[in-house]
Design a protein around this ligand. Structure first.
Ligand SMILES: N[C@@H](CCC(=O)N[C@@H](CS)C(=O)NCC(=O)O)C(=O)O
Length: 234
């Protein structure tokens, strides 16, 4: 089913989950790109949840170890179990709470979506290093290095391929909103912050992500945070 150009897609995803059942542990909204992924996925699919926010700057290790021995955020807590790592959390949400609707409908599309999500999850080290997520900042005149430019070109290529194939079904990578969009949401934020020049198709997709009430709510919270992590500032 096609969605409107922007906004909520919640109506398509009925989970019946009680907010009391689900807790997502995240880091600073301004900086924690991995936290944004499951947070955005839950918000966009309308699944209610509690949030525990930790500072990546202060006593992080000590605090996060209460939730996950992996020592990183995000962590999802459900039915007495901790699920860590953004992709494992996304898979869990799709399977346990969305009856599989977190992924596209056809096997072919699911394989494609899983491929680009895996590529995102394990790739683009130069983009990550040179252009750390910093939602509230807009940096003009930033020039990515050659390797980061290569990462950017590859991501734009992925967005093009997906949007060209699925534009008739809605504004997301696979038409309707899926986990793939949540996994690429921090890239949309980075492209905006670092003012990456984009063609119309890629700019349009970036804007689809940025214009959602979910992203806007994350951004408003990021702007309200006072902590500055020097290591994340370019
Ligand atoms: N592959 C993990 C990466 C998680 C990650 O690196 N999280 C960062 C915050 S964005 C973190 O916890 N950093 C703190 C640390 O490494 O001490 C995922 O997908 O969740």
């Amino acid at each position: 089913m096609a969605n409107g150009q922007q906004g909520s897609v919640q109506g398509e995803y009925q989970s019946g989950v009680d907010a009391a059942e689900l807790t997502l542990v995240i880091g600073n909204k301004n900086y924690s790109s991995w936290s944004l992924r499951p947070w955005f996925f839950l918000k966009m699919t309308g699944i209610p949840f509690n949030e525990v926010q930790l500072s990546l700057g202060t006593d992080f290790r000590q605090q996060v170890m209460q939730y996950s021995m992996a020592g990183k955020v995000p962590v999802l807590l459900h039915e007495g179990q901790a699920i860590w790592d953004s992709l494992a959390i996304g898979e869990y949400i799709s399977e346990a709470l969305l009856a599989g609707k977190g992924w596209p409908d056809s096997r072919h599309q699911r394989a494609w979506a899983r491929s680009i999500v895996a590529e995102m999850h394990s790739g683009y080290p130069n983009l990550r290093r040179e252009m750390p997520m910093n939602c509230r900042r807009v940096i003009s005149g930033f020039q990515p290095g050659v390797a980061a430019q290569q990462d950017i070109r590859r991501i734009v290529e992925i967005w093009h391929d997906c949007r060209k194939a699925h534009h008739a079904d809605g504004p997301w990578l696979f038409g309707r909103f899926t986990l793939a969009d949540a996994m690429f949401a921090p890239v949309a934020s980075r492209f905006h912050s670092y003012q990456v020049p984009l063609d119309a198709l890629a700019a349009d997709y970036m804007q689809t992500v940025l214009n959602t009430p979910a992203y806007q709510a994350w951004l408003a919270a990021a702007r309200a945070e006072e902590e500055v992590l020097a290591a994340e500032e370019v």
